[in-house]
Design a binder for this molecule. Sequence first.
Ligand code: FAD
Length: 482
Amino acid sequence: GRTLHWFRNDLRLADNPALLAAVAGGPTLCLYILDTGPDRRPIGGASRWWLSRSLDALGEALARRHGRLVLMKGDPAELLPRVAAEAGINRVTWNRRYEAKEIALDSRLKEALSGNGIDVSSFNGHLLNEPWQVTTTTGQPMKVFTPYWRAARQKGEPAAPIAAPARIPAFSLPDSIEALTVSLDDLGRAPRKPDWAGGLRAAWTPGESGAAERLDDFLGSGLSGYAEDRDRPDRAATSRLSPHLHFGEIGPRQVWHALHHARATGEAAGSEQDAEKFLSEIGWREFSHHLLFHNPELATRNYDSRFDAFPWLPDEAALHRWQRGQTGIPLVDAGMRELWTTGWMHNRVRMVVASFLIKHLLQDWRAGEAWFWDTLVDADAANNAASWQWVAGSGADASPYFRIFNPVTQGETHDPHGAYVRQWVPELAGLSDKDIHQPWKASEKALREAGIRIGETYPAPLVDLAFGRQRALDAFAAIRNG
Ligand code: FAD
């Protein structure tokens, strides 16, 4: 037989159940389609950059196993049935995905292909538990993280990861199919500007082996102290696995088992508490996918519909200054510049910049979600939407709206020596640890000595923090009773 494995967000060879099933069925056509179909949210710029590198790495890994990665661009609803028919495919495999439009497309395709006598098999390669496998005792979707994660943990250990197939032989394609293939450059590999992606290149190694190295490094040196240090943006204390997990260059079962193996053999120095805290973050990823699956409009609609009446104050200029890291609030600006330069931002700072945009500036969380979607290398329909709604207070199990992060005290607590701010907002580097999180309060002498003129070399705060906080509380009071 001839099989086709359709790669989506499972850009790896190891622990890829759908790929393994395909290869067991005979020579395999490994296909990736950049989906430009109608009605699909295009992936953002940073994700495009990552994707093309990841596909490059995947293509090389396949070639080493006598395989070939075939790239196409277009609407999978048209391309896949055509390729399957013309290449004489009798089995198609893929790993499942969880956005409503993707699910609808996959179901339509399954029906169309099966109708043509082609066997279609789907697998779970992306999550520890499928979103429908974890429920309340009465079978309902879960709405609160702690019981969700408790119930998920009670399901026991995830299956052991499976090894990459040793050989993934390809077969030659008819000319009509070859004519549909595109190169990586056609998928947008070339950076938009000469060195648009320099900061991304310096920070990341997309692909399966980059992901494995990142995990090894983290288990070897990062896990120890994770439970406390994960909130410190001035320390590289978290795994930075998020883009690798998003694109499926590594799967959560692999992470789980690697963690337990490293702790059992003494390769990982972390405590039980560090390990549990780290796994619970993987749990938040699972929970976000659970929420997205059961609430398909998570990225566009308030989970708590009281927020539909929220009095947002749309302000393009303020939004622009937030996007560029020019708000005059050092921790916010540091985070937004880290994001712009590296495609990633520390979780604690993501919460602070999101809270500042939504609460102090009264901008609709969806404007922030959209900016993150375009600029994050880990931009993820589930994690991004669930996290923005969590900060907004409109989400499931959300932080209450009235808990408004103060970006100055957040900075003093989590970046106590200002090292993170100094790295990303170098024009403030000369200030003392005390002044660096609120330069507008520094003495004239301190500012002069640090070479800073507020409003010229660094902006004055876009909003007075006490005023912004009160205005946000008043806005919330207007909707709180529905
Ligand atoms: P680690 O601390 O090492 O955690 C390990 C893994 O757990 C992460 O790689 C990630 O897959 C998962 N994880 C950790 N925290 C969360 C969380 N709060 N929610 C869901 N999964 C989590 N994460 C994304 O992957 N994509 C996004 O688009 C995204 N958008 C966010 C937007 C906002 C406003 C906020 C507050 C958070 C967002 N997060 C998002 C969650 C979190 O910030 C990142 O997953 C984390 O910072 C990634 O760094 P890490 O891999 O070093 O995390």
